[in-house]
Design a protein around this ligand. Structure first.
Ligand code: PMP
Length: 374
């Protein structure tokens, strides 16, 4: 049996991709509505989608939204949102250096460098504790030049699964605001981390609440399972409504020569679900079921290692958050598990918990046990 724990997509207990029931329903409604046509969307995308996406991340009664200080544009999933935001910053923002966590999602440095930003890193992960290197993070952000951009994973940090606590987020916020560092949130897993959409957006809302500027890239790939539909949004929170309007004009100038306008289908699915309270509730239930299955896989794997008496501290498996566990296994151990047990994962030892099932947990535990004891 082969077990693929490398893919960054949710799988059911049976190892199959999942299309949410609420998504199927929304698609059916769209298909049945014969008044719908396939005209181009505006450059900034579907207006309803943008409005609802901003509310989803900043909260229903966000003062920034009420004061019209937020401009939101529909982009091609999380990656496209990061790219449009980065292209905008490279053209118009005075500080073209972006700090990304070490380590981070492999595409981040490429997206930002190709957009014309200078990419630097800040310390994030401590291999010794398999937790956050908060001291290192604070030191590195303290010595960043004033005004620099800082990429923050809103929740469920990829690849480490390590997030700051609420208190640490507050300290990061104070430090960043005191140095006028510009937060650029990457929110690829809202609702997927804890099963609660509001809880997972807490760090972003903490920064938005102080009235300062920020960028946020949202993806509906994971939390609505819309991977290939490429649905996402970029929001820029500005100091005034006047600036927000100007920012929107400039975003259009970034988007137009890249792809003219975004695709209509996926955004229509999202807007249909977010606008209807009954469908929204069904989504939250299905989303929580996905998050819960992942959390249950963490507990099952941890238990299986405990039963085998596998040497080492494995508590990070249950402590880490989101789709991935950064196991702490080294390159040789990973190669051993692939060769001897046909278990596939990224060479940094990251495993996708979403790719596991009750059936495959014992095999993975055997493999980890053998890798650390052989
Ligand atoms: N950011 C992070 C941290 C991710 O893990 C991912 C997806 N793996 C993305 C952004 C972007 O994904 P997508 O473009 O599919 O929305």
């Amino acid at each position: 049996m082969k077990v693929n724990l490398g893919v960054g997509a949710y799988r059911t207990e049976e190892g199959k991709p999942l299309v949410l029931n609420v998504v199927r329903r929304a698609e059916q409604m769209l298909v049945n509505d014969s008044s719908r046509v396939k005209e181009y969307l505006p450059i900034t995308g579907l207006a309803d989608f943008n409005k609802m996406s901003a509310k989803l991340i900043f909260g229903n009664d966000s003062p920034a939204i009420q004061e019209k200080r937020v401009t939101t544009v529909q982009c091609l999933s999380g990656t496209g949102s990061l790219r449009v935001g980065a292209e905008f910053l490279a053209r118009h923002y005075q500080q073209r250096t972006i700090y990304i966590p070490q380590p981070t999602w492999g595409n981040h440095p490429k997206v930002f460098a190709l957009s014309g930003l200078f990419v630097k890193t800040y310390r994030y992960y401590d291999p010794a504790t398999r937790g956050l290197n908060f001291q290192g993070l604070v030191e590195d952000l303290s010595s960043a030049p004033s005004g620099a951009v800082v990429l923050l994973h809103a929740c469920a940090h990829n690849p480490t699964g390590v997030d700051p606590t609420v208190e640490q987020w507050e300290q990061i916020r104070q430090l960043m605001r005191s140095k006028a560092l510009l937060p650029f949130f990457d929110s690829a897993y809202q609702g997927f981390a804890s099963g609660n959409l509001d809880a997972d957006a807490q760090p972003v809302r903490l920064f938005a609440a102080d009235g300062g500027e920020l960028l946020a890239a949202q993806s509906y790939a994971k939390n609505m399972g819309l991977y290939g539909e490429r649905v996402g949004a970029l929001s820029i929170v500005c100091k005034t409504a006047d600036v927000a309007a100007k920012v929107e004009s400039q975003l259009k100038l970034v988007i137009r020569p890249m792809y003219s306008s975004p695709p209509i289908h996926g955004a229509s699915i999202v807007a249909t679900i977010l606008k209807d309270s009954e469908m929204y509730n069904e989504w939250t239930i299905e989303l929580k079921a996905m998050a819960d299955r992942i959390i249950s896989m963490r507990h099952q794997l941890f238990e299986a290692l405990r039963e085998r008496g596998t040497p080492g501290d494995w508590t990070h498996i249950v402590k880490q958050i989101g789709m991935f566990t950064f196991t702490g296994l080294n390159t040789e151990q990973v190669a051993f598990m692939t060769k001897e047990y046909h278990i596939y994962m990224t060479s940094d030892g990251r495993i996708s918990m979403a790719g596991l099932s009750s059936k495959t947990v014992p095999l993975l535990a055997d493999a980890i046990h053998a890798a650390v004891t052989h």
